[in-house]
Write a protein that binds this ligand. Structure first.
Ligand SMILES: Cc1cc2nc3c(=O)[nH]c(=O)nc-3n(C[C@H](O)[C@H](O)[C@H](O)COP(=O)(O)OP(=O)(O)OC[C@H]3O[C@@H](n4cnc5c(N)ncnc54)[C@H](O)[C@@H]3O)c2cc1C
Length: 412
């Protein structure tokens, strides 16, 4: 028994589902839209457990979706925060090379940043690093003045409010349990009743591959969860980082390396690392899910990935279990930081898509099958880029689902 019919159902009340619903309700005001979220409020997973950085777009391959949507999205995010009085600050960041072999990679980032249209990039010598970050040491630095910080949970709350104001329905505590396709519609069985939709947009983050499977469509990638653990600098030592201090990332991995991040509501985070999680929403080291582990171990791509990256993975495990090793990684950037300066401060779990050949999907990826659109991979900087991603998804929906033909004729 269907309780209600909608034109579009968006699954997932993270920043991507919400931004998609925001654009869709604006673009197609005549269509009925429902967003369902399994938790009791929005932004309970990746979108509410992240570093809060408005990325500038320096890291991404020129021409990639990440580069394009991050540049567009960062501008839109700043504008959105300004318009809706959400705290943000463009504080800039410094990427620091601490070993000789990182120098060519730092130079490459500088060139990438220029190719991606960033302004004000500057290579720094050790004295110039100290001028910006008095406690940081390095051989060379790269100053990225356009990077900022905000509160993405607050951004999500505002997106949800605007979706509702534009006529969309946001239903929390509504978990999708089954998707049945028939006669051009999809029946969506949830913990709060059954709905029917002509089009479904899957933005289920850590569960996006499972939601694809619920619809009978075999996903082309599997989601593997990577936990990022944070420490907080104790207030008396928060002066050690004035803004954001990052290492030069390992180009083989999609993670940026443990860094120092000033928080928009005060304090400084150190982290996150990137440790394989034994549960998709496993925020503690001891969290374990038999279902998640069995799925991971049965996926051939997982073993191929492990074969390629076991050394980096083992290092992350070691630094997760051994606080002194984690501190040593941070001391490369700020030598005077010590274990007693840090207190454990929560974690986030990243949804990383892996292909059957074991490669980590690097770029944002979306796949349309019939009347479903699956958001398969939207890792960092997806929070920064959310407005641009939501706009791109709404545009894809318009084209792929033929929604433009269904627009009501405007009165002449
Ligand atoms: C540790 C960490 C640090 C990061 N730092 C940054 C940063 O500084 N800057 C940046 O730009 N990006 C950052 N990111 C990336 C960014 O946070 C994510 O890319 C983004 O939040 C992804 O949003 P999402 O909506 O796809 O996923 P999510 O926020 O995970 O939302 C998916 C939602 O779907 C819901 N859902 C799942 N299954 C179902 C179902 N069956 N029925 C109903 N609902 C369902 C979930 O409950 C969840 O709320 C970081 C991520 C992490 C984890």
């Amino acid at each position: 028994m269907i309780d209600q019919h909608f034109d579009i159902v968006v699954i997932g009340g993270g920043i991507i589902g919400l931004a998609t619903a925001l654009h869709a309700t604006r673009r197609f005001p005549h269509l009925r839209l429902l967003l369902v979220e399994k938790e009791d409020r929005v932004a309970r997973h990746q979108s509410g457990h992240n570093s809060g950085v408005i990325h500038s777009g320096i890291y991404y391959k020129p021409g990639s979706l990440k580069a394009k949507l991050c540049a567009e999205g960062a501008k839109a995010m700043v504008e959105f925060c300004r318009e809706h009085h959400i705290a943000y600050r463009i504080c800039g960041k410094v990427i620091v090379a601490t070993h000789e072999e990182e120098l060519p990679r730092l130079q490459m980032l500088f060139e990438r940043g220029q190719a991606n249209g960033l302004h004000g990039l500057r290579i720094l010598d050790p004295d110039q690093i100290r001028e910006l970050e008095p406690h940081c040491r390095g051989l060379r630095g790269l100053h990225v003045p356009e990077t900022g910080i905000t509160d993405y949970a607050a951004v999500c709350e505002k997106y949800a409010e605007l979706v509702a104001a534009q006529g969309g329905v946001v239903s929390t505590a509504t978990k999708v349990k089954a998707l049945v396709r028939h006669a051009g519609e999809t029946a969506i069985e949830t913990t709060r009743g059954a709905f029917a939709a002509r089009y479904v947009i899957n933005c289920a983050g850590l569960h996006s591959d499972r939601v694809s499977r619920l619809s009978g469509q075999e996903p082309e990638v599997a989601i593997i969860p990577f936990r990022g653990e944070y420490y907080d600098l104790i207030p008396a030592r928060a002066y050690l980082a004035k803004s954001l201090i990052y290492p030069v990332p390992d180009p083989r991995l999609p993670f940026l390396g443990a860094h120092f991040t000033r928080r928009i509501h005060g304090g400084v985070d150190a982290g996150p690392n990137a440790v394989l999680a034994f549960k998709r929403e496993g925020y503690r080291r001891t969290d374990f899910s038999m279902q998640d582990m069995a799925g991971m171990l049965a996926y051939p791509g997982f073993w191929r990935m492990a074969g390629k990256h076991w050394r980096a993975g083992a290092g992350e495990f070691y630094r997760s279990l051994n606080r002194r090793a984690f501190v040593r990684a941070l001391q490369r950037l700020i030598p005077e930081v010590s274990g007693s300066d840090l207190v454990a401060d929560g974690s986030g779990v990243r949804a990383q898509a892996i292909r059957p050949d074991g490669s980590l999907v690097d770029d944002f990826e979306f796949v349309r099958k019939d009347n479903l659109l699956h958001v398969c991979n939207v890792p960092s900087p997806a929070a920064t880029a959310s407005l641009a991603i939501g706009g791109a998804i709404a545009q894809m929906a318009e084209k792929e689902f033929g929604l433009e033909e269904q627009l009501p004729q405007r009165p002449r």
